[in-house]
Design a protein. Structure first.
Length: 562
């Protein structure tokens, strides 16, 4: 039985019922069966967590199987990326790595058995004609002119298809079911097609390939899968799977469908994601704006945060859209507990403390993470010349702006109270280039001994000690919650956000971040959570990707005052 602390859902209830009657001799065996025609995305993560999680909870097994039946779109690169992603998420298939291509000979034999039973035939209609003969939801289909070929003729033609005698598209093997069936998928669906292409595993040994529906259910059967868990889009395929397994009289897994993940401001179609990559609208499958697992990893998401997200959204029977905020909260909550806090200035504004000695410097004690005292403290250098955020100063501050302004006193985090005394501007542009401030030496550490309070606290870095860095501010890839909500004549691409990436090449960060390990995560105080880019970062100039922003109301205040 499952662990008692595991939340239940309708899938687990079905499994519990099966175990009660000792179905499958008490076994629970699941599988995660991706097609290696793209990189995995957050929707696949839900399926991975579900299948491997159920197997673990019931002390069963879970296979990793590649349903590699289409050599036109599949690549070894995708296979390796999928294995890496599953491992990164924290799951292990042990010695149960399989490929549908491992079963090609056996699948061929199954197809021959269907022909011998009079349940499959070779059809010479092309794809368009097959579709034309199929009929509609309100009209029955018509039988193919080749539907009544003899068993002997079908066996001969199928053997010659395998031998490569016929051109691509000239013939298919079809199941003989019912051309008037209310489910269009049951109207003599193709089982094999000719495709003279090299396969990433079998090379040129085959020139006919089984269709996905034929392969998928039989692969589950061959592997002894007990519960074939898939998304709702395959619900209509279940009658075909049942027909194939029953006609061949082989082990029959129980198929259970659940609602696929639909995430706001995101697309989860591998075909569309591939289009974005090929069209150069993103930098690649691992672009941090992509919902791919590799993209989320590069952006700074952790395996724990994705697993927690999948558990939080649960398993449902009906499709719906999950707000992307739920995903963002999963990583925000984790990093709030675990990420060291540092100070970084993204848009530097020079500040000179005029009453601080020019040749002096000191170290301030800073807390690494107030949520975890065990993370301790660090030393932060302080000197006469600092950088603060340009947005932390207003020459003419709006209402409710409590940061630095002429004549106003604020706190520098871990350091001193400072007061702005003078503003230096570029004579040509009028842009503020420097602030002249004074500090109160009695407020070292950030508190005033006389008890006076200030409303604003700013982060900062010492100009002479800071490390220059590039920071990439990532936002949602699409402007609309539903990217398909496009104007007439347009498609989802019209909702791409041109501002989804802003690159800031000349930021300043604490010196402790020089040489930070690729993939390490930090909270930039008051700014958000950031990850050292594992691809482009270097010891000389680190590159940080914004994982997620903080919960900050200032944007609303600033917008209201604009």
């Amino acid at each position: 039985m499952k662990r008692p602390d595991t939340p239940s859902n309708f899938i687990r209830e079905i499994i519990d019922q099966d175990l009660t009657i000792n179905k499958n001799r008490g076994r629970v065996h699941t599988r995660f069966p991706p097609e290696p025609n793209g990189y995995l995305h957050i929707g696949h993560a839900k399926s991975i967590c579900l299948n491997f999680g159920i197997a673990a909870d019931y002390k069963g097994l879970c296979n990793l199987r590649f349903d590699d039946t289409n050599p036109e779109k599949e690549e070894a690169e995708y296979v390796e990326s999928i294995k890496e992603d599953v491992r990164w998420l924290g799951f292990d298939w042990a010695d149960r790595l399989f490929y549908a291509s491992d079963y090609f000979e056996r699948l061929y034999e199954y197809a021959v058995r269907l022909i011998e039973k009079g349940k499959a035939y070779v059809c010479d209609l092309n794809v368009d004609r097959i579709r034309e003969y199929r009929g509609t939801l309100t009209e029955p289909g018509r039988g193919s002119p080749y539907r009544d070929r003899s068993v002997g003729e079908n066996l001969d033609l199928f053997t010659r298809m395998r031998a490569g005698e016929f051109d691509d598209g000239s013939r298919v093997l079809r199941a003989k079911i019912d051309m008037a069936h209310p489910n269009l998928l049951m109207r003599d669906p193709p089982l094999y097609r000719i495709r003279k292409m090299s396969h990433h595993r079998t090379a040129n040994r085959w020139c006919i390939y089984p269709m996905y529906d034929f392969t998928h259910c039989l692969s589950d059967s061959i592997e002894g899968i007990t519960h074939s868990i898939c998304t709702l889009e395959f619900e209509n395929n279940r009658p075909l799977y049942d027909w194939i397994l029953d006609e061949l009289d082989v082990h029959h897994p129980r198929q259970i469908e659940f609602a696929r993940l639909n995430l706001g401001h995101t697309i989860l179609s591998k075909r569309r994601l591939l289009d974005l990559v090929k069209e150069g609208r993103v930098s690649g499958w691992d672009d941090p704006r992509m919902p791919t697992i590799s993209g989320l990893r590069r952006r700074g998401y952790t395996p724990e945060s994705i697993r927690n997200f999948c558990e939080r959204i649960g398993v449902a029977k009906f499709n719906s859209i999950v707000d992307i905020v739920v995903l963002e909260n999963s990583i925000r909550e984790e990093l709030n507990r675990t990420a060291p806090r540092v100070m970084a200035v993204l848009r530097p504004l020079r500040v000179v403390i005029t009453n601080y000695p020019e040749d002096s410097e000191e170290e301030m004690d800073a807390v690494n993470n107030p949520e975890d005292p065990a993370m301790g403290t660090r030393k932060v250098p302080f000197s006469r010349v600092l950088y603060i955020e340009r947005d932390d100063f207003r020459e003419d501050p709006p209402k409710k702006f409590f940061r630095l302004a002429p004549g106003r006193e604020v706190r520098l985090r871990y350091a001193y109270f400072i007061t702005c005394r003078d503003v230096v501007k570029d004579p040509g542009t009028g842009e503020v280039v420097e602030l002249r401030c004074t500090c109160d030496p009695a407020t070292r550490g950030g508190d005033a001994p006389d008890g006076r309070k200030v409303r604003g606290t700013l982060h900062w870095v010492s100009a002479s000690h800071a490390c220059e860095a590039e920071v990439r501010l990532y936002d949602h890839l699409f402007t609309k919650r539903d990217p398909d909500d496009a104007e007439e004549g347009a498609d989802y691409r019209s909702n791409l956000d041109p501002g989804s990436l802003e690159v800031l090449p000349s930021c300043r960060v604490e010196p402790c971040l020089k040489g930070a390990a690729p993939g390490s995560r930090y909270q930039f105080e008051r700014l958000g959570y950031f990850c050292v880019d594992p691809v482009d970062s270097s010891d000389e100039k680190p590159v940080f990707n914004r994982t997620v922003s903080l919960r900050d109301t200032w944007k609303k205040i600033e917008k209201a005052s604009a």
